[in-house]
Design a protein around this ligand. Sequence first.
Ligand SMILES: Nc1nc2c(c(=O)[nH]1)N[C@H]1C(S)=C(S)[C@@H](COP(=O)(O)O)O[C@H]1N2
Ligand SMILES: [Mo]
Length: 407
Amino acid sequence: MNKINRRNFLGAGLLLGASTLLGKESSKKIITDTTGEFVPPVIAFPEKKPMKTISDRPPLLESSRDIFTKTITPNDQFFVRWHMPDIPMYIDLETFRLEVKGSVEKPLSLSVDDLKSKFEPVEITSVLQCGGNSRKFYASSGQATHGVQWGHGAMGCAVWKGARLKDILAMAGVQATAKFVGLNGLEKPAVDETPKFFREMEIDEALSGDIIVAYSMNGEDIPYLNGFPLKLIIPGHFSDSWVKMLSEITVMDEYRKSFFMDVAYTVPDNDCECVISGGDFEYKRKPIAVMKVKSVIGYPTPNTVIKKGSRINVTGIAFDQGKGIKEVMISLDSGKSWGATTLQKDNGKYAYRQWNYSWEPKAKGEYTIMVRAINRIGNIQPMPDEIGWNAGGYQYNGVDAVNVKIV
Ligand SMILES: Nc1nc2c(c(=O)[nH]1)N[C@H]1C(S)=C(S)[C@@H](COP(=O)(O)O)O[C@H]1N2
Ligand SMILES: [Mo]
């Protein structure tokens, strides 16, 4: 796709994506498969290849499974998630400023060029995963939850470049009374009653090492739908706090209650981070934070037909919150027996780690391939029927399974 001029996102208005973003009526058909289930249409939005479109207002675009044969997710196939339909259609870098305000000695108003020239640039390869990624697999284990029914494609891995949040805060001078940092982007709710997308973190976390305000993704400007021009990167954490089109950093002395911190993206505050059956319904909640160990199969994809005697490269990716992947095991008999895969190059502790297994199926029939990752601190993926349940359907990391047919 031709690069579009981001100052005029609507210049690409011929594309269906742009017109639906604007809210123009497009002939909307509900597409169902033979089971009557909703099948998302595949639509090309600006700067994106055709992607599974779960919603177009706000845009929810899912990557397809074959993306997990790569350790870096291309920008034009990277998934997209917004909460509000009212995303600005026009960003002028001449006037765009990141405001740093609140309990600081010197409020800042930084252009993207300021961020590039006044701070040490840092590069980090990190997985970006929605807390609700893989939610639909809760349903296959008989525990369906509300929310966007993502498959595995609400995650990707990219090389992010930007300025450290702690360096930006140091330039502003955080006051001694500061306890929290609030972050929000440029978009607006469609109606005033809708809560704003606002995220918070403790000041100590904001001042700790790896968090960056990124202006580049895989060596290019961040795609508009992924948060051009600035996006907060919190390696190892679910992406729900990775604020896109980041426009305000507010240093605060007190926590501000908000829907997106206290209600959405929370799990029960207990050891399993799950609802214990027969337990209290009025449980204490906590925001989801670090990611859980996970592996996903990229090839073969479900229902692939493979000729007996051919040799295929079963491959995919694995990651965790930054402790490191120790092993990815594979089963070709629905989990009865397990063998080892070969781990490929380590691209950094927050990155995807590719694994491979060379398979030569000897007999015809249907097979279920499963993979299961273990990290260096001994966390292992649960089997789908062992996974702890939470009402929001967050943090799914059950063992992945793909059915194939050998003929
Ligand atoms: N400004 C803003 N930032 C946001 C969101 C949003 O709705 N608005 N959604 C968050 C959530 S829940 C996710 S999963 C990621 C998605 O990032 P992506 O669209 O670049 O994949 O952005 C996060 N940052
Ligand atoms: Mo998310």
